[in-house]
Structure formats: structure tokens, C-alpha cells
Design a protein around this ligand. Structure first.
Ligand code: DX5
Ligand code: ZN
Length: 217
């Protein structure tokens, strides 16, 4: 599986998001990672489905929507129709995440499950047949620019679980990814790297070289 880079729009200039999406698309992003926060599940508020819809015409790349909202169920359809390609939820954000993951698939979208640093990998046990992506948080969700929590054993244990299914499931890591930490998580088995600060630092003339550096090039 080739390495994919998913710039997190949380570190983009919110005053010109469309332009920022076009710029990271052109700079070589594989996925556009969109962090949705509700000020309840996490201590920050970001963007909603209308913003996702407004951004949709700006890029053909995969829209990787990370929902940090509780409850998530009432909003799944809104994000699906707004143009999300992957919808990722947290198991703590609803009592029935098996049902939520199936609901996402029934809308024709890819379903992801995100694990906070302290969330055990057992939450994956009965949903490995439905998930298309597992997101390992290497910071506690809520903000960009936090320091990386080294959870390499967790990442490699999930990579093993994925291998046992024989299915193609992305293993995405989110939080504190830099060219240095990228190497360690890729070695542990990650194939998608979310990067906010590390992609957007220095302004748009640096996006392509920042993304290359994350790929280890
Ligand atoms: C954190 C978000 C991340 C965040 C990562 O709650 O899920 O996607 O934007 O930011 P960096 O890459 O700056 O740690
Ligand atoms: Zn995220």
C-alpha cells in the first residue's frame, strides 16, 4: 500500500479555505482531512456540513471527514450529502457505533473508526468486517499543533489485525505528525498520515515540499 498524505484543514487559513484546499491538492495531497468538532465531545468548535459542501467543488481528492461530535448519528447523512468520501467516527460518540458504521456504508461512503490515545484496540473486534479505515489518534483530539504521543505498539497491533482480515483497510495516524514522527508510524504500519501543522507551515509556497518531507522524500 502506498503512503498517503492527508493535510488537516485545521491548520489552514480559515479566511480562504477554498484556496487552501486547491493549494494542498496541487501540492500533492492524497486525502483532504476535515476535522469536525462540536465543543462537547472535544473542547473546540470547527466546521459543519455546509462548509464541507462549499469546499467540495474545489478538489476531486478524497474528502476524509473526521467527526469529533457527540452524538454523531443525526449528522451522518448531512456530511454524506455534503460530499464526504470517508466518514470517521469515535466509538465513544454514540452508544451504537456498529450501527453508525453500517449507516455510513449504507450511504455509499467509506466508514472509519477513530481511537483516542487511551481507547483500547478491542473496540475494533466486532467491526473489522465493516471498517474501511482505522484512525489512531496520537494526540487527544481537539487542537492542532500538539505533541505526538508514541503509540507504536498500538499501531503495529492494529496493522496485524488488519492483515488478518484480508481486507483493504487504511491505517491512518493523526496528531503531531512531522517528517520525523512520520518515519516511526510508517515503520509501525501506518499508510495514511494526517498532518496539519507540518503541511501548512511556512505558507503555500512550502506545501509541496512539506508534503514531500512527510513522505520521506
Ligand atoms: C486533532 C485533529 C487533527 C489535527 C492534527 O484533534 O484530529 O487532525 O488537525 O494537527 P497536527 O498535525 O498539527 O497535530
Ligand atoms: Zn483529525
Amino acid at each position: 500500500m502506498s503512503l498517503k498524505i492527508a493535510p488537516s484543514l485545521l491548520s489552514a487559513d480559515f479566511a480562504c479555505l477554498g484556496e487552501e484546499v486547491r493549494a494542498v491538492d496541487k501540492a500533492g495531497a492524497d486525502y483532504i482531512h476535515i476535522d469536525v468538532m462540536d465543543g462537547h465531545f472535544v473542547p473546540n468548535i470547527t466546521i459543519g456540513p455546509d462548509v464541507v459542501k462549499a469546499l467540495r467543488p474545489h478538489s476531486q481528492k478524497i474528502f476524509d471527514v473526521h467527526l469529533m461530535i457527540e452524538p454523531c448519528d443525526p449528522y451522518l447523512e448531512h456530511f454524506a450529502t455534503a460530499g464526504a468520501d470517508i466518514i470517521t467516527i469515535h466509538p465513544e460518540a454514540g452508544s451504537h457505533y456498529h450501527r453508525s458504521l453500517h449507516a455510513i456504508k449504507a450511504m455509499g461512503k467509506k466508514a472509519g473508526l477513530a481511537l483516542n490515545p487511551a481507547t483500547p484496540i478491542d473496540v475494533l473486534d466486532h467491526v473489522m468486517d465493516v471498517v474501511d479505515l482505522v484512525l489512531v489518534m496520537t494526540v487527544n483530539p481537539g487542537f492542532g499543533g500538539q505533541s505526538f504521543i508514541p503509540l507504536m505498539d498500538k499501531i503495529s497491533a492494529i496493522r496485524e489485525k488488519i492483515a488478518q482480515t484480508g481486507r483493504e483497510i487504511d491505517l491512518e495516524v493523526d496528531g503531531g505528525i512531522t517528517p520525523e514522527t512520520a518515519k516511526t508510524v510508517v515503520k509501525a504500519g501506518a499508510n495514511v498520515l494526517v498532518a496539519g501543522s507540518a503541511t501548512f507551515k511556512g505558507g503555500s509556497s512550502h506545501y509541496a515540499s512539506n508534503i514531500k518531507a512527510l513522505r520521506g522524500e
